[in-house]
Write a protein that binds this ligand. Structure first.
Ligand code: 3PG
Ligand code: CO
Length: 563
């Protein structure tokens, strides 16, 4: 049962608790030329931090590496693993680790799905297509895993392989794409000696082609579908400067860069590789197999639906004639709705989430974000499960985002509208636990634009001031934290677009505080060896304590120490 017991001391805060997640807002250097947060000088946030520090209600916590279920200290945090850890109060080995494990043990190639998707395709000499994000960012994918999939496919007897590549520039430097293209080209060329015809067939930038999330813009998915499946670059993307059809990925990417120097890898236009006669070399046809090599769910779900849903259920764009292919994801992306139906590695089985406990214990709950991060505070928060836990006692609200391409010029994004709704939810007095994700630090951070980052932090400062006033009016508690670093580490050249390994803040402002508790000091290691110091996974038990409950034994420890 998920019903929590009350704390024996009877401690319980009656007012609402708001957990405010500043996405991508890490603690960086005290240098205004390298840290947009310092340059922005967010006086309101700084003041809250100072006050919580002097009350003993402030900590730095860990948001990367083993503290969030990633292999090593050099693995930067990300929103999926961060929200999983916050929402589940435990540390799970994350997708990338499970995939690596499956290669190591060889289990990957022994699964039924591998046999049906790859084995059967090989046995009738069909083509295996593979697509996904091509980099070593290790947030959605890893090129080392792609190479191992290729080796496995060849071993299984695949003779024709077509690769559809999405340039990154968001989890890795902004124009590093050709490095990964060269690596994969070398790998594919080496297969000729084994009699395998292996080539890159299409591609484009991840934010413009294929990898949309949370139904923010299906045009992105359609462009990817048309280029990978039908070998078509849409008219709108072709001009005198950019032909769309090229003889190699390098030629296409260089052409795009020359024509549109501002686009960088994330927004590289779609391309299709053609042969001497001008015909696409990698259209998909009946009997082919398709593997999506991304392991992370949010940006893999819509394209998976395009491959799997029947015409009666797929209403997002015209897919043209849909070839009958066998489709598999590297992981299962949505563990509630089961997307996709075939996958190669079982995902982490995240259970005993904070939402399950709180709803079973009579705590009405609320969540809000703008589109770009909506699934983060709902789907990732609830252990990669879509939908409500208990619809009668929960409300999830979304504020529609601007298009991705406007993030840099509108660093305020929809923060104000998010606060408006959140404040209304607080004033309704219906919810005891409310969580919000402000997307700005992360989304603007990924543009790499220093000045936009400064503006986004100034905007966050204004919104926190409004939110704090509303929490104070309800005699509530405002907790400010972040899921990982990003915006705190930039330069003026725009060369830093990715997340960081920075710790994040954990600041408690309690408007009925009477000194009954403090946070355990930074030097104390609440959960022992290996995952030292407090981290995102310690938040859930902390929230439980503040709400008056004992945390369950399976949880990482609370950061509260009662006096
Ligand atoms: C993205 O998908 O935008 C990035 O790869 C990761 O960012 P997020 O983990 O903050 O969503
Ligand atoms: Co991010």
């Amino acid at each position: 049962s998920y019903k929590l017991s009350a704390l024996p001391s009877g401690f319980r805060k009656e007012g609402p608790i708001v957990l405010c997640i500043l996405d991508g807002y890490g603690l960086g250097k005290d240098d205004p030329s390298a840290n947009p947060i310092v340059a922005a000088h967010p006086t309101y946030i700084n003041d809250l931090i100072e006050k919580s520090k002097s009350a003993g209600l402030y900590k730095q916590i860990r948001a990367h590496g083993p503290a969030v279920g990633l292999p090593s200290e050099s693995d930067m945090g990300n929103s999926e693993v961060g929200h999983n850890a916050m929402g589940a109060g435990q540390i799970y080995s994350q997708g990338t680790m499970l995939v690596d494990e499956s290669f190591k043990t060889g289990r990957m190639f022994k699964t039924e799905n591998w046999k049906t998707v790859v084995g059967e395709t090989a046995s009738h000499s069909g083509t295996l297509h593979m697509f996904g994000l091509l980099s070593d960012g290790n947030i959605h994918s890893h090129i080392g895993q792609v190479e191992q999939l290729i080796d496995g496919a060849v071993e299984t007897g695949i003779k024709t392989l077509r690769i559809h590549v999405l340039l990154d520039g968001r989890d890795v430097p902004p124009e590093s794409g050709l490095k990964y293209i060269d690596m994969i080209e070398a790998k594919l060329a080496s297969l000729a000696a084994k009699g395998v015809d292996a080539k890159i067939a299409s591609g484009g930038g991840r934010m413009y082609v294929t990898m949309d999330r949370y139904n923010s813009d299906w045009n992105i998915v359609r462009r990817g579908w048309n280029s990978m499946v039908h070998g078509i670059v849409e008219e709108a993307d072709i001009s005198d400067k950019y032909k769309g059809y090229y003889h190699s990925a390098r030629e296409a990417i260089e052409a795009c860069r020359a024509a549109f120097p501002d686009k960088k890898d994330q927004y590289n236009l779609p391309f299709v590789i053609v042969d001497e006669a001008g015909s696409p070399i990698g259209k998909m046809k009946d009997g082919d197999a398709v593997i999506n090599w991304n392991f992370r769910g949010d940006r893999a779900i819509q394209i998976s639906k395009a491959f799997e849903l029947p015409d009666t259920e797929f209403t997002f764009f015209d897919r043209g004639t849909k070839p009958k292919v066998r489709y598999a994801g590297l992981l299962e992306y949505d563990t509630e709705v089961h997307i996709p139906s075939q996958f190669l590695v079982p995902p982490p089985e995240i259970s005993h989430t904070l939402s399950q406990y709180l709803l079973a214990s009579g705590v009405p709950s609320y969540a809000i974000a703008e589109t770009h991060k909506f699934g983060h505070v709902t789907f990732f928060w609830n252990g990669n499960k879509s939908g409500y836990i208990d619809e009668a006692h929960e409300l999830y609200e979304v504020v529609p985002s601007l298009p991705n391409s406007e993030t840099e010029t509108h660093p305020e994004m929809k923060a104000k509208e998010v606060t408006d709704k959140l404040v209304a939810a607080l004033e309704s007095k219906k919810y005891r636990f409310l969580r919000v994700n402000y997307a700005n630090g992360d989304m603007v951070g990924h543009t790499g634009n220093f000045d936009s980052c400064v503006k986004c932090v100034q905007c966050l400062d204004r919104e926190i001031a409004r939110l704090d006033a509303a929490v104070r009016a309800q005699n509530g508690i405002l907790i400010i934290t972040a899921d990982h670093g990003n915006v705190e580490d930039k330069d003026h050249k725009g060369s830093k677009t990715s997340h960081t390994c920075a710790p994040v803040l954990f600041s408690v402002t309690d408007y009925t505080y009477k000194g009954e508790y403090t946070l355990i000091p930074d030097t104390v290691k609440p959960d022992g060896e290996g995952k030292e110091g407090s981290g995102l996974s310690n938040i859930a038990a902390t929230v439980m304590n503040l709400l008056g409950f004992e945390a369950p034994d399976v949880y990482r420890k609370s950061m509260i120490q009662f006096k």
